[in-house]
Write a protein that binds this ligand. Structure first.
Ligand SMILES: CC(C)(COP(=O)(O)OP(=O)(O)OC[C@H]1O[C@@H](n2cnc3c(N)ncnc32)[C@H](O)[C@@H]1OP(=O)(O)O)[C@@H](O)C(=O)NCCC(=O)NCCS
Length: 181
Protein backbone atom coordinates (compact mmCIF):
# COMPACT_ATOMS: atom_id res chain seq x y z
CA UNK A 1 0.00 0.00 0.00
CA UNK A 2 1.29 3.46 -0.88
CA UNK A 3 0.13 6.42 1.20
CA UNK A 4 2.13 8.98 -0.70
CA UNK A 5 -1.00 10.98 -1.47
CA UNK A 6 -3.84 10.22 0.87
CA UNK A 7 -6.53 11.14 -1.69
CA UNK A 8 -5.29 8.43 -4.04
CA UNK A 9 -3.99 5.12 -2.75
CA UNK A 10 -2.95 2.05 -4.72
CA UNK A 11 -2.80 -1.56 -3.57
CA UNK A 12 -1.78 -4.51 -5.72
CA UNK A 13 -5.23 -4.65 -7.34
CA UNK A 14 -7.12 -1.54 -6.26
CA UNK A 15 -7.07 2.20 -6.64
CA UNK A 16 -8.82 4.08 -3.82
CA UNK A 17 -9.50 7.73 -4.52
CA UNK A 18 -11.76 10.64 -3.69
CA UNK A 19 -14.94 10.43 -5.82
CA UNK A 20 -15.73 13.22 -8.27
CA UNK A 21 -18.80 14.32 -10.25
CA UNK A 22 -17.47 12.36 -13.24
CA UNK A 23 -18.05 9.14 -11.25
CA UNK A 24 -21.78 9.74 -10.69
CA UNK A 25 -23.11 7.46 -13.42
CA UNK A 26 -20.75 4.60 -12.52
CA UNK A 27 -21.58 4.87 -8.81
CA UNK A 28 -25.30 4.88 -9.56
CA UNK A 29 -25.24 2.01 -12.05
CA UNK A 30 -22.55 -0.21 -10.53
CA UNK A 31 -23.77 -0.39 -6.93
CA UNK A 32 -25.77 2.49 -5.41
CA UNK A 33 -29.06 1.66 -7.20
CA UNK A 34 -28.74 -2.14 -6.84
CA UNK A 35 -31.39 -3.54 -4.46
CA UNK A 36 -29.34 -6.61 -3.53
CA UNK A 37 -26.06 -4.78 -2.99
CA UNK A 38 -27.68 -2.12 -0.81
CA UNK A 39 -29.94 -4.44 1.23
CA UNK A 40 -27.90 -4.17 4.46
CA UNK A 41 -26.57 -0.64 4.03
CA UNK A 42 -27.45 2.26 6.30
CA UNK A 43 -28.26 4.67 3.44
CA UNK A 44 -31.29 4.48 1.14
CA UNK A 45 -30.69 2.90 -2.27
CA UNK A 46 -30.28 5.58 -4.95
CA UNK A 47 -33.52 5.93 -6.94
CA UNK A 48 -32.17 8.51 -9.40
CA UNK A 49 -28.82 10.04 -10.31
CA UNK A 50 -29.85 13.07 -8.18
CA UNK A 51 -29.35 10.86 -5.11
CA UNK A 52 -25.84 10.10 -6.33
CA UNK A 53 -25.06 13.80 -6.81
CA UNK A 54 -26.33 14.41 -3.26
CA UNK A 55 -23.87 11.76 -2.04
CA UNK A 56 -21.07 13.46 -4.01
CA UNK A 57 -21.91 16.82 -2.40
CA UNK A 58 -21.81 15.12 1.01
CA UNK A 59 -18.49 13.52 0.09
CA UNK A 60 -16.98 16.87 -0.94
CA UNK A 61 -18.14 18.39 2.36
CA UNK A 62 -16.60 15.53 4.33
CA UNK A 63 -13.27 15.91 2.51
CA UNK A 64 -13.37 19.67 3.15
CA UNK A 65 -14.03 19.18 6.88
CA UNK A 66 -11.93 16.17 7.85
CA UNK A 67 -8.56 14.76 6.82
CA UNK A 68 -10.28 12.27 4.48
CA UNK A 69 -13.82 11.16 3.61
CA UNK A 70 -15.50 8.67 1.28
CA UNK A 71 -13.27 6.77 -1.17
CA UNK A 72 -14.19 5.18 -4.45
CA UNK A 73 -12.76 1.70 -4.96
CA UNK A 74 -11.65 1.18 -8.58
CA UNK A 75 -9.78 -1.51 -10.44
CA UNK A 76 -6.14 -0.59 -10.73
CA UNK A 77 -5.93 -2.54 -13.99
CA UNK A 78 -8.63 -0.70 -15.95
CA UNK A 79 -10.06 2.02 -13.68
CA UNK A 80 -13.49 0.35 -13.54
CA UNK A 81 -15.52 1.43 -10.49
CA UNK A 82 -15.86 -1.51 -8.07
CA UNK A 83 -17.45 0.11 -5.02
CA UNK A 84 -16.76 2.48 -2.18
CA UNK A 85 -15.47 2.74 1.36
CA UNK A 86 -14.14 5.61 3.48
CA UNK A 87 -13.83 7.11 6.91
CA UNK A 88 -16.68 9.00 8.58
CA UNK A 89 -15.35 11.05 11.47
CA UNK A 90 -17.21 11.61 14.73
CA UNK A 91 -14.27 13.41 16.26
CA UNK A 92 -10.65 13.90 15.20
CA UNK A 93 -9.66 10.56 16.78
CA UNK A 94 -12.86 8.53 16.23
CA UNK A 95 -14.14 7.37 12.85
CA UNK A 96 -16.49 4.79 11.36
CA UNK A 97 -15.84 2.80 8.22
CA UNK A 98 -17.81 0.57 5.87
CA UNK A 99 -17.62 -0.86 2.38
CA UNK A 100 -19.82 -1.72 -0.56
CA UNK A 101 -18.96 -3.47 -3.81
CA UNK A 102 -20.75 -4.07 -7.10
CA UNK A 103 -22.04 -7.64 -7.28
CA UNK A 104 -19.51 -8.72 -9.92
CA UNK A 105 -16.73 -7.68 -7.51
CA UNK A 106 -17.83 -9.88 -4.59
CA UNK A 107 -15.85 -12.89 -3.41
CA UNK A 108 -12.44 -11.71 -4.63
CA UNK A 109 -11.04 -10.33 -1.38
CA UNK A 110 -11.48 -6.71 -2.47
CA UNK A 111 -13.37 -5.62 0.67
CA UNK A 112 -10.62 -7.02 2.87
CA UNK A 113 -7.98 -5.29 0.72
CA UNK A 114 -9.90 -1.99 0.88
CA UNK A 115 -10.42 -2.25 4.65
CA UNK A 116 -6.68 -2.71 5.14
CA UNK A 117 -6.23 0.60 3.34
CA UNK A 118 -8.80 2.30 5.59
CA UNK A 119 -7.01 0.98 8.67
CA UNK A 120 -3.74 2.39 7.31
CA UNK A 121 -5.32 5.74 6.51
CA UNK A 122 -6.99 5.90 9.94
CA UNK A 123 -3.65 5.37 11.66
CA UNK A 124 -1.94 7.86 9.36
CA UNK A 125 -4.40 10.66 10.19
CA UNK A 126 -4.41 10.08 13.95
CA UNK A 127 -7.54 8.01 14.50
CA UNK A 128 -7.38 6.06 17.77
CA UNK A 129 -10.68 4.26 17.41
CA UNK A 130 -12.03 2.90 14.11
CA UNK A 131 -15.38 1.13 14.22
CA UNK A 132 -17.94 -0.45 11.92
CA UNK A 133 -21.62 -1.23 12.41
CA UNK A 134 -22.96 -4.30 10.74
CA UNK A 135 -26.33 -6.02 10.45
CA UNK A 136 -26.22 -9.42 12.22
CA UNK A 137 -27.61 -11.13 9.08
CA UNK A 138 -24.71 -10.00 6.90
CA UNK A 139 -22.12 -12.80 7.31
CA UNK A 140 -19.86 -11.65 4.44
CA UNK A 141 -19.38 -8.27 6.09
CA UNK A 142 -18.84 -9.83 9.53
CA UNK A 143 -16.17 -12.09 8.05
CA UNK A 144 -14.36 -9.15 6.45
CA UNK A 145 -14.19 -7.41 9.84
CA UNK A 146 -13.02 -10.52 11.66
CA UNK A 147 -10.34 -11.25 9.01
CA UNK A 148 -9.18 -7.65 9.46
CA UNK A 149 -8.64 -8.01 13.23
CA UNK A 150 -11.69 -6.01 14.28
CA UNK A 151 -13.13 -7.05 17.66
CA UNK A 152 -16.83 -7.58 18.28
CA UNK A 153 -17.62 -5.13 21.08
CA UNK A 154 -21.38 -5.26 21.35
CA UNK A 155 -24.69 -6.20 19.89
CA UNK A 156 -26.70 -3.00 20.04
CA UNK A 157 -30.42 -3.83 20.33
CA UNK A 158 -32.75 -1.91 18.02
CA UNK A 159 -29.92 0.45 17.19
CA UNK A 160 -30.66 1.76 13.70
CA UNK A 161 -33.08 1.68 10.79
CA UNK A 162 -31.92 -0.12 7.65
CA UNK A 163 -33.84 1.76 4.97
CA UNK A 164 -33.57 -0.92 2.28
CA UNK A 165 -34.94 -3.83 4.33
CA UNK A 166 -38.59 -2.95 3.76
CA UNK A 167 -39.35 -2.30 7.42
CA UNK A 168 -39.27 0.79 9.60
CA UNK A 169 -38.39 -1.34 12.65
CA UNK A 170 -34.96 -0.40 14.04
CA UNK A 171 -32.57 -3.30 13.69
CA UNK A 172 -29.94 -4.75 16.01
CA UNK A 173 -26.37 -3.83 15.01
CA UNK A 174 -23.06 -5.50 15.68
CA UNK A 175 -20.35 -3.03 16.59
CA UNK A 176 -16.82 -4.02 15.65
CA UNK A 177 -13.76 -1.89 16.37
CA UNK A 178 -10.00 -1.58 16.21
CA UNK A 179 -8.08 0.77 18.42
CA UNK A 180 -4.62 2.24 17.90
CA UNK A 181 -2.18 3.77 20.36
C1 LIG B 1 -19.85 -7.55 2.23
C2 LIG B 1 -18.97 -7.32 1.00
C3 LIG B 1 -18.40 -5.91 1.08
C4 LIG B 1 -17.86 -8.36 1.00
O1 LIG B 1 -16.96 -8.05 -0.05
P1 LIG B 1 -15.93 -9.13 -0.62
O2 LIG B 1 -14.90 -8.40 -1.41
O3 LIG B 1 -16.69 -10.22 -1.27
O4 LIG B 1 -15.27 -9.65 0.74
P2 LIG B 1 -13.95 -10.50 0.84
O5 LIG B 1 -13.82 -11.36 -0.39
O6 LIG B 1 -12.82 -9.62 1.20
O7 LIG B 1 -14.27 -11.42 2.11
C5 LIG B 1 -15.55 -11.99 2.28
C6 LIG B 1 -15.45 -13.12 3.27
O8 LIG B 1 -16.76 -13.43 3.73
C7 LIG B 1 -17.06 -14.76 3.39
N1 LIG B 1 -18.48 -14.82 3.07
C8 LIG B 1 -19.10 -14.20 2.05
N2 LIG B 1 -20.43 -14.49 2.09
C9 LIG B 1 -20.61 -15.28 3.17
C10 LIG B 1 -21.75 -15.91 3.73
N3 LIG B 1 -22.97 -15.76 3.19
N4 LIG B 1 -21.59 -16.66 4.85
C11 LIG B 1 -20.36 -16.80 5.41
N5 LIG B 1 -19.23 -16.22 4.91
C12 LIG B 1 -19.37 -15.46 3.80
C13 LIG B 1 -16.17 -15.10 2.24
O9 LIG B 1 -15.99 -16.50 2.11
C14 LIG B 1 -14.89 -14.38 2.67
O10 LIG B 1 -14.22 -15.06 3.70
P3 LIG B 1 -12.92 -15.98 3.41
O11 LIG B 1 -11.88 -15.09 2.78
O12 LIG B 1 -12.54 -16.47 4.76
O13 LIG B 1 -13.38 -17.06 2.47
C15 LIG B 1 -19.77 -7.44 -0.32
O14 LIG B 1 -20.42 -8.67 -0.37
C16 LIG B 1 -20.79 -6.34 -0.48
O15 LIG B 1 -20.52 -5.30 -1.05
N6 LIG B 1 -22.02 -6.59 0.03
C17 LIG B 1 -23.07 -5.59 -0.07
C18 LIG B 1 -22.79 -4.35 0.76
C19 LIG B 1 -22.63 -4.67 2.23
O16 LIG B 1 -23.37 -5.45 2.80
N7 LIG B 1 -21.63 -4.01 2.86
C20 LIG B 1 -21.35 -4.16 4.26
C21 LIG B 1 -22.20 -3.27 5.09
S1 LIG B 1 -21.81 -3.45 6.84
Amino acid sequence: MSLRAIERIETSRLLLRQPTAADAEAIFKRYASDAIVTEYLGWPRHRSIADTFAFLAFSDAEWATWPVGPYLIASRADGRVLGSTGLAFEAPTVAATGYVLARDAWGLGYATEALAVMVGVAREVGVHRLYALCHPANPGSIRVLEKSAFTLEARLPRHAPFPNLGTTEPQDCLRYARTFP
